[in-house]
Each structure stands twice: as C-alpha cells, then as structure tokens.
Design a protein around this ligand. Structure first.
Ligand SMILES: Nc1ncnc2c1ncn2[C@@H]1O[C@H](COP(=O)(O)OP(=O)(O)O)[C@@H](O)[C@H]1O
Ligand SMILES: [Mg+2]
Ligand SMILES: [Zn+2]
Length: 251
C-alpha cells in the first residue's frame, strides 16, 4: 500500500548537494519523521545522482566485458596484431560484408579464399576477435594445429589441440592449405572441421585454395572436408595485389 500523503505537512529542507532550499509534501503517521530525515536532496540533484549511478554501473559492466574479452583474446591464441590497430582499406565488398556478419554472429561459417597476401588472415582475425566478445574460441594456423597435436601427450599444448578437435568453441583456422597433405594431417583437419560442422560452431577459415582444389588435395578426407565447408560456410574471394610486396606507405 502506498503511503498516505493527503493533508500531509510540507517539509522544507536544504539540499545537501546544491544548498538550495526545497519543499516536498511529507507524510503523516509513524514514518513521517524517517521520511523527512531521508529527504536530503532536491528533485534535480536526486535525478542527477540517479543518472550518475546508472552511468557508473554501465561503465563497470563495460569494464567487466572488456576484461572478459581480453582474457578470451589471450586464451584463443590469436596473434595480438590481428586483433586491432591496422586501419583496413580496399577490402572487397562481399568479403567485408560477410566478415562483419560473422563478427556480429549473423553467420556461423566463413571461408575466405584468394591469392597470397591479399589480406585474408587480417580480415579473418579481425572478425574472429570481434566475435570473441560473445563466445570463446581457438585461433590456430593449420600447420600450428598439426604441430600442437604432435606435442607430448598430457601437455597443455596437446590438450588444447584436442580441444580444437573435440570441444565446443569457435574456431579460426588460418592457412588451411599450408599443411603437407599426409593422411594423418588430413584426418586431423577433418576432425576439426567435422567437429565445428556437427556442433554448428562458428568457423572461419582462410586458404589460398578453392574448395574444389582442397577436395583434391587431401588423401581420403578431401571430399568430406570440402563438402562440410561448403555446407557450413559462406565463401568470399579476397582478391587484390599481394600487400606484402606493395610499396610501404611511411606516413
Ligand atoms: N585491408 C588491409 N589494409 C591494409 N593493410 C592490410 C590489409 N589487409 C592486410 N594488410 C597487410 O597486408 C599484409 C598481408 O596480409 P595478410 O592478411 O597476412 O594476407 P593473406 O592472409 O591473404 O596472405 C599484412 O602485412 C597485413 O598487415
Ligand atoms: Mg594468411
Ligand atoms: Zn539540489
């Protein structure tokens, strides 16, 4: 029941914030005194204080989100320079659109293909890092993943590599075509991609090869790898010059 204010006395007080005198209708009955004591700020100062508190809460939430993001970045294994910094220019429209859709969680699979040095890893890394705000992930180059799988059984490195193959995290798989196409490597790559496929995990892949070329590349597993990628991923061509050999702008 709301307090009865009919015929209530007017309370006159000095605002503890701005020092102005203000008036408010008081209460009658046994809470009258407590109520009058609690009235310490004029309406304007009270509103300002509430707004300030809301802002502080928002900032605290943002800071907590940023700390969580930082821990996910570190835990994912993505190289720091791929997360931010460079201002990206000249990205083909389809690739740019799909990358921002991946970053925002609108699509769950993205396959970036194109010649060497066109910016595939840079684009994929940026999109992957952005999506880490919403979920945990592993970032591995395909050769790196194979090397980690060869680490001693029971080591943290080996354990995490198994996590890539069997866990439930998003996966960024860079340079998919850069492992020697042995049957062992094909089987591991298949396991990682199949895991993302069957659990509908976010997956972003970069490679110099088209899907059909990848299909032919891997003994026994190539077709299966390519067909899962085709089903799970949108494909974008990242064309353009090799940015590594372009003249550097010193500005
Ligand atoms: N959109 C971009 N704008 C400016 N520089 C870029 C852009 N994309 C990539 N680079 C730079 O070009 C080089 C090659 O990019 P990278 O993403 O590694 O290419 P890829 O993975 O296609 O071989 C890197 O030094 C990178 O910093
Ligand atoms: Mg690359
Ligand atoms: Zn005031």
């Amino acid at each position: 029941m709301s307090p009865d204010v009919t015929g209530a006395p007017t309370i006159t007080k000095t605002c503890e914030t701005c020092g102005r005198t203000f008036e408010k209708p008081g209460l009658t009955g046994r809470f009258a005194e407590t109520f009058a004591r609690m009235l310490r700020h004029c309406d304007e100062c009270a509103a300002t204080q509430r707004a300030t508190e809301q802002l502080q809460q928002q900032e605290a939430r943002q800071a907590a989100d940023d700390r969580e993001w930082e821990s996910r970045i570190q835990g994912s294994g993505i190289p720091r320079h791929l997360v931010a910094g460079l201002t990206l220019t000249g990205t083909p429209t389809r690739a740019a659109d799909l990358c921002s859709q991946f970053a925002n969680g609108q699509i769950n699979g993205l396959f970036l293909t194109g010649p060497v040095g066109t910016g595939k890893t840079t684009l994929a890394g940026r999109a992957f890092a952005h999506r880490l705000r919403n979920r945990r992930g592993y970032w591995r180059s395909a050769p790196g993943l194979l090397a980690d799988l060869g680490a001693p059984m029971g080591s943290a490195t080996h354990g995490e590599a198994l996590g890539v193959l069997t866990g439930r995290r998003m996966l960024g798989l860079d340079d998919l075509d850069k492992v020697r196409p042995t049957e062992y490597a094909a089987e591991q790559i298949y396991a990682a991609i199949d895991n993302a496929y069957i659990h509908r995990l976010p997956l972003i892949v970069t490679t110099n090869l088209e899907l059909e070329e990848l299909a032919k590349r891997w003994p026994h597993f190539g077709e299966s790898i390519a067909s899962r990628l085709a089903d799970h991923c949108q494909t974008a061509l990242v064309a353009g010059p090799d940015r590594r050999t372009l003249p550097k702008d010193d500005a």
